[in-house]
Ligand binder design. Structure first.
Ligand SMILES: *Cc1c(COP(=O)(O)O)cnc(C)c1O
Length: 437
């Protein structure tokens, strides 16, 4: 008994398994005791600027008062209610508000718990769409390097992100179009786009009537290294795929809610998908929630009294009322025009300071889109969790900055509330750290 108690002193190290974290017995996690806006405070009084919005979720910053107020109010009324024969105002309010910001024909919403499930549901819907029509199909079409989450379906369509090699034998087959990743002053972008098209045409020629759906991260591939393509390219690709009547899924789990400078990336591209997946910023980072929103064309194929045509999917916490109330409050914050002015202002700071960074010897391939600023470090390992990436992360942490390089890719994705002086200070630190690399 006594021994066990002693062990638990070290519970953080011994009992807790961290996400996407390479085992290192010497690392001690930083204990956070408070958070406000862009700042985290640890138990020793040290402050950290959260420059990646805690894995891209805290769009309005931490502990936003209108979101916490909505949560507290909902908690006093009711908690989880099974979502089969019952409904509630937080879910219907959220549905109403989401439909208002979606493309016109996307009007049927499925609730789940996170980004991976939002994607998993979209894949199952697209697959069963064809099954219900009696025309079963065989493949999904994606971009190389996409990442869509960690469940088996989302791993399959995101296998080339490079994270899931251990599971290779269990993943289903996908067809892939190369992603014409580009950056500032990239002279080869037209050539890369042309090659993507050529590959797409080849795939369509041989498999068009066997593709269940096309899924992609619109404009920015996040986890595989903040890889950006031109919106005009996305538009052309999606138009071409839609011409074949293949349903198009936009995984806007990361790009949603202002990240690319507009509310959603589909608006930046100027074309509507058939299904959109949302999560991450949906509740402003307060609580987990995922949504899969479908067009009428897709959902009506499920509207049947034949039990076989029902979508056999659902989670215990479907449409959690507290999460929904947080999402409603977060969406309401976007009513203020101020937010998009703020986003533009941050984008301008990013552009100016990323340009400063591009003068450094070891910096290349800079790119800025909306709130996301990216650069790559030359001549170091590109692998996720490389020694270089881990060392750099620790150097940033010691100086009070939360930045997690993806291999040689360093990016900032701060919450909208970040003070310009804090953003400038962060760039000053980054430049000082990298000027002798
Ligand atoms: C993070 C992410 C996911 C997975 O979301 P989780 O909530 O981590 O399961 C899916 N797609 C994209 C584009 C993401 O960035």
């Amino acid at each position: 008994m006594k021994k066990r108690k002693n062990n638990l002193k070290n519970v953080d190290k011994k009992a807790i398994w961290r996400p996407f974290t390479i085992y290192d017995s010497s690392i001690r996690p930083i204990h956070i005791v408070r958070a406000k806006n862009e700042t985290l405070f640890d138990n020793k009084g040290k402050e950290y600027l959260d420059l990646i919005s805690s894995w891209w979720v805290n769009i309005h910053g931490h502990v936003n008062l209108s979101i916490t107020k909505a949560i507290k109010k909902q908690l006093d009324q009711f908690d989880q209610i099974l979502f089969t024969d019952f409904s509630h105002k937080p879910a219907s309010d959220l549905a109403k508000k989401i439909i208002q910001v979606m493309p016109r024909d996307l009007c049927r919403i499925f609730f789940s718990d996170n980004g991976s499930t939002a994607v998993e549901v979209s894949l199952k819907i697209a697959w069963q769409y064809w099954v219900n029509l009696g025309k079963k199909r065989k493949y999904f079409l994606t971009f190389t390097g996409g990442y869509h989450g960690d469940t088996f379906g989302s791993m399959s369509v995101g296998h080339s992100s490079g994270f899931f090699d251990s599971f290779k034998d269990l993943l289903f087959q996908v067809k892939e179009v190369p992603f014409p990743h580009t950056w500032d002053r990239d002279s080869l972008v037209n050539k890369k786009e042309k090659e993507s098209f050529k590959r797409l045409e080849h795939i369509l020629r041989n498999n068009s009537s066997n593709i269940a759906a096309f899924i992609c991260e619109p404009i920015v591939q996040g986890s595989s290294g903040m890889r950006v393509c031109r919106p005009s390219f996305m538009k052309k690709i999606v138009q071409r795929i839609k011409k074949e009547n293949i349903p198009v899924i936009f995984d806007e789990v990361m790009t949603g809610f202002g990240r690319t400078g507009q509310m959603f990336a589909y608006q930046k591209i100027g074309i509507n998908p058939d299904i959109i997946c949302l999560s991450k910023g949906l509740t402003g980072g307060a609580l987990p929630l995922g949504l899969t929103i479908c067009s009428n064309r897709i959902s009506k194929v499920f509207e049947s009294d034949d039990p076989k045509k029902m979508l056999p999917h659902g989670h215990s916490y479907t449409a959690n009322p507290i999460s929904c109330s947080a999402a409603v409050a977060s969406l309401d914050l976007f009513k203020s025009k101020q937010i998009f002015k703020k986003i533009k202002m941050i984008e301008n700071i990013h552009r100016k300071r990323i340009n400063d960074l591009s003068n450094l010897e070891c910096v290349e391939r800079t790119r800025v889109i909306g709130l996301i600023a990216v650069f790559e470090v030359k001549g170091v390992s590109k692998n996720y969790g490389s020694e270089f990436a881990r060392n750099l992360k620790h150097k940033f942490l010691r100086r009070g900055l939360i930045i997690r390089p993806l291999g040689n890719v360093v990016y900032l994705m701060p919450p909208y509330c970040i003070k310009p002086k804090n953003l400038h200070r962060s760039y000053d630190i980054i430049i000082a750290l990298l000027s002798n690399c």
